[in-house]
Design a protein around this ligand. Sequence first.
Ligand code: GDP
Ligand code: MG
Length: 451
Amino acid sequence: SLSDRLTGTLKDLRGKGRLSDADIDATAREIRLALLEADVALPVVREFISRIKARAKGAEVSGALNPAQQVVKVVNEELVGILGGETRRLVFAKNPPTVIMLAGLQGSGKTTLAGKLAKWLKGQGHTPLLVACDLQRPGAVSQLQIVGERAGAAVFAPHPGTSIGGGDNALGVSAADPVEVARAGIAEARSKQYDVVIVDTAGRLGIDTELMSQAAGIRDAVQPDETLFVLDAMVGQDAVSTAEAFRDGVGFTGVVLTKLDGDARGGAALSVREVTGQPIMFASTGEKLEDFDVFHPDRMASRILGMGDVLSLIEQAEQHFDAEQAEATANKIGSGQLTLDDFLEQMMAVRKMGPIGNLLGMLPGAGQMKELANVDEKQLDRVQAIIRGMTPQERNDPKIINASRRLRIANGSGVKVSDVNQLVDRFFEARKMMSAMAGRMGMPGARKQVR
Ligand code: GDP
Ligand code: MG
């Protein structure tokens, strides 16, 4: 993963307080690989990396983060920006019905999405009508009917083998013509006061001209307010050519990414956004109707980078640590000169961040700290009480805490001598371990580790 690789790169950045061109290049190389691994298209990666380098070179050096963390932060911000910053919302027509047309390859998840969207819109007080314009695939119409029933939404569909409503109905629609079905669906919505129409269309396994001209015909007949291009996130590198074909053949105003419950890292999202300029609006994460949400650029960015945990750690570190104090502490940690006062201060800062176990779990290479992660909140209270029961000299130089001092501290803070012993032993152990970790993570002030 990227965080493993960056830990490797970090070895060379160790001890440096600011970003040099070489630091940026080294980190950029790793990020380039991570993006390619996430299936971002090569031209998009190139463009992106050059933008990152330009930004990282002018970046302010932050005391709270080490150089690689800073580059990751810049990369993450750029990714979130490109993926859309704030999510774009659906545009509703001034005069209902609002028409939403779905387009995409067969199997991309259009019909499933139709149901999800209908349910979601109903939850917001709309009355959607689903229109079945996929007359290509046997069973496609009944699939939409089932989906509509589950969503509690009406479905407009031709009866198999007949015209709509029987042979001689007023609409006189041929069941074989999706464009006519689409047109009749809109008329139905007008007369029955549905305020949103979702038009499900046929897809092919690959892009073909017949598919495109049929979709374009439906588009011209229904004049959609939104055309959503539905894209299977698992398609990887094919995303760009498929998106370009639909952009040129039908045009679209937004993208829906599906199958994000799979193991795809989602580089398709970045490629499609960059190449077509259209926003990603929704994300589908499973087969059930509830597995659906508006698209969250920040979640997708951390998924593409493959280091969500590191990103949340960076964010929390920035929020809760005073930069200068953090740097001073990091220096002390790195050189093995942490005092019990620092320890207490760190502990309080860490507690502000939330359950200590979560935080320690986020640190790269935190396996060794499992023991500390098991410390529960009550024990933390006791540790705090013990440290507060020490004199400033004792906190500054814990080596002076001899047997008689331990007894005094235990009595003063209402614990047993063995608790004081345990804390002091643990502190020395932790100080050693943190110093070693700081070395590996390239924290400022860290001593080079002798192997
Ligand atoms: P269409 O051909 O574009 O209409 O695609 P469908 O809606 O029929 O979906 C094709 C298959 O993908 C079906 O088996 C769906 O259940 C499945 N599917 C759709 N969306 C998702 C999703 O977000 N996650 C998963 N795991 N499966 C999905
Ligand atoms: Mg379908």
